[in-house]
Design a protein around this ligand. Structure first.
Ligand SMILES: Nc1ncnc2c1ncn2[C@@H]1O[C@H](COP(=O)(O)O)[C@@H](O)[C@H]1OP(=O)(O)O
Ligand SMILES: [Mg+2]
Length: 305
């Protein structure tokens, strides 16, 4: 039995599976055979979503059979999927890290893994592949404890960012975090919002913040990484639509870096397997979170009670 903690081994496996998924996603785009099917209104699925989901499910379920894995795509794993990531393949960068003390004794059956194999599918099908991320988040007691985000189209081979709550974010340098109680600048905010799921409540919330700049980009993982990296001051989504697999990995990284992710009321999201929808919206900042939440108009908040 390995002395390395379950969390470190799980992040290592997730990094390997996310990297392989990135290669699959790039390959599918190159062939041009996207195999698009519509799962619902404005909710496409491609061959890349399906293959990446199978790769991640096969890798994690074969190594951690007692983990509860919840994936966006409902696809059956095939025997070949188990060899996409070699059974002994690990991330040496992850294995050499120390597990934060609070997470060191977590066991497989304590954990839920939330998988979005291709976040930003609409953008993937519409010529914006750089908005795509692979998201693998881990929750314990309904709160995020670790996450892996891979960006398949960042540079020639993509970029993988990972972290554990109580440890550092690896693979990128987060912007310095500040006090959630800090007052934000009036008229100076850069807000990142949805590109393909705009609604009146999103517009009303953003307008009330009197932003200097509104950046419309796809993908939940992509937008949260922009806040984490300081390319935007906040991600504001006063809408239903995102699911727990859209936020878990990124929330873990935001928490590790000292930022905050809540719903529009300023309350934590609970990663409960029976409630997958983020039904009260998503707000992410690295400072001044309470001030931003206070500025969202009450009639907008009242729509998400
Ligand atoms: N109304 C919706 N229906 C389905 N998925 C949604 C909806 N709104 C958001 N999402 C999911 O949340 C992510 C962030 O939304 P947006 O890009 O509009 O900000 C999307 O990439 C999509 O994930 P996915 O692409 O994995 O289906
Ligand atoms: Mg998604």
């Amino acid at each position: 039995m390995s002395s390395t903690s379950v969390m470190i081994r799980l992040i290592s496996a997730s990094v390997c599976a996310a990297n392989k998924s990135g290669a699959i996603i790039r390959e599918v785009l190159k062939t041009g055979e996207l195999g698009i099917v519509q799962k619902g209104v404005n909710d496409p699925q491609t061959e890349a979503d399906r293959r990446a989901q199978r790769c991640i499910s096969a890798t994690i379920q074969s190594r951690f059979p007692e983990i509860n894995l919840i994936g966006e795509e409902d696809v059956a794993v095939e025997s070949d999927d188990y060899t996409l990531v070699k059974p002994d393949e690990e991330s040496d960068d992850v294995l050499k890290e120390t597990c934060p003390p609070d997470l060191v004794n977590l066991k497989e059956n304590d954990l839920t893994v939330w998988v979005d194999p291709l976040d930003g599918t609409k953008e993937f099908t519409e010529g914006f592949p750089e908005h795509v991320t692979v998201l693998i988040g881990i929750s314990y007691n309904e709160r995020p404890v670790g996450g892996v985000i891979h960006q398949p189209f960042y540079g020639p081979t993509g970029r993988t960012v990972w972290g554990l709550v109580g440890g550092a974010v690896k693979g990128m340098t987060p912007v310095a975090s500040g006090d959630p109680g800090e007052k934000l600048s009036e008229g100076g905010l850069r807000i990142v919002v949805t590109r393909s799921h705009m609604s009146q409540t999103v517009r009303d919330a953003v307008d009330a913040l009197n932003p200097k700049e509104v950046l419309h980009v796809g993908g939940s993982g992509n937008k949260i990484l922009m806040v984490l990296e300081g390319a935007a001051d906040a991600y504001v989504y006063a809408s239903t639509g995102t699911k727990k697999w859209d936020t878990c990995a990124a929330e873990a990284l935001v928490m590790a870096a000292g930022g905050k992710l809540t719903n529009v009321h300023g309350s934590h999201l609970l990663y409960n397997p029976t409630q997958i929808m983020n039904s009260k919206g998503v707000v992410v900042t690295m400072r001044g979170h309470d001030d931003l939440i206070a500025r969202i108009p009450s009639p907008v908040k009242a729509k998400f009670c």
